[in-house]
Design a protein around this ligand. Structure first.
Ligand SMILES: [Zn+2]
Length: 271
């Protein structure tokens, strides 16, 4: 499931192929992919629009159009975006296609079909949910954590996953952040000391930024993997490694469930 670093990869890799392009044609193969309009209306509003910017907020992406309208999209569980020549055969589960005047296509492939696109006219209120997001991980301050984590009895892991508290952190990086900060993901937020909150604050930003760097791939690599090459987990220290030796102390990592989500941590290195 793409988290902030993966969504940022999609944005940086595809931006040069998307920004500046004019949409010649819109194809919708799964009507519910457009969350807030009838597919025919979405097609009509988007056709002949020029894309002037491609931005990210949390796990949401936004295509900004020259008219002042904007299109928000969320990849959810399995959504991927690729840019292909129009004559390349269409993959199964290609739910939406923007065909550009230059003959290239931005294709949205999503096998589970949970990914969504929203169209907003100039000045229209964004109801996609991105307005409700907490700060970006790189902008989180110790004050935010004192207010949003240190006051709560909820498990730290659950708090880190709450997009209203901090934007963009999912199951993978929540475990990595807790490991790096030396704090167990099961700890109630209000049990963290000020030194632990400080380490957490540093690692929230550092871990996310590191993975943005790790995932940065050339377009050719990205395209060959159909937009999934960034899902490279060789740099993960705890996620998916339950039972395997901790990379710091060598003791077996503990696998558990916190609020329905699988979690991995080291009992010795994390207190
Ligand atoms: Zn350890």
């Amino acid at each position: 499931m793409p988290e902030l670093p993966e969504v940022e990869t999609v944005r940086t890799v595809l931006s040069p192929f998307v920004v500046g392009q004019t949409i010649a044609k819109v194809t919708i193969n799964l009507p519910k992919v457009v969350a807030n309009l009838q597919p025919a209306t979405f097609v009509q509003k988007m056709t002949e629009q020029n894309i002037i910017n491609f931005t990210r907020r949390g796990k949401f992406l936004t295509l900004h159009l020259q008219s002042g309208a904007f299109v928000v999209l969320h990849l959810r569980m399995t959504g991927t975006l690729t840019v292909e020549d129009a004559d390349v055969p269409i993959e199964k589960h290609t739910n939406l296609i923007l065909t550009f005047q230059n003959g290239k296509e931005l294709r949205f492939v999503d096998s589970r079909g949970f990914g969504r696109w929203w169209y907003f006219a100039p000045g229209q209120t964004d109801t996609s949910g991105q307005n409700l997001l907490g700060p970006e991980p790189s902008a989180v301050t110790i004050k935010d954590l004192q207010r949003k984590i240190a006051t709560r009895k909820t498990a730290l892991k659950t708090l880190l996953l709450d997009q209203h508290l901090i934007a963009g952190i999912g199951n993978i990086y929540a475990d990595e952040i807790c490991f790096r900060a030396g704090v167990r993901p099961t700890r109630p937020g209000n049990s963290l000391t000020s030194a632990e909150l400080k380490r957490l604050c540093t690692e929230i930003s550092a871990v996310i930024n590191e993975f943005i760097q790790f995932h940065h791939v050339p377009f050719a690599v990205y395209a060959q993997s159909k937009g999934t090459s960034y899902q490279n987990d060789t740099n993960l220290r705890v996620y998916g490694r339950a039972g395997q030796p901790c990379l710091k102390c060598g003791r077996p990592l503990i696998g558990t469930r916190i609020g329905q989500r699988s979690s991995v941590y080291c009992e010795y290195c994390q207190r």
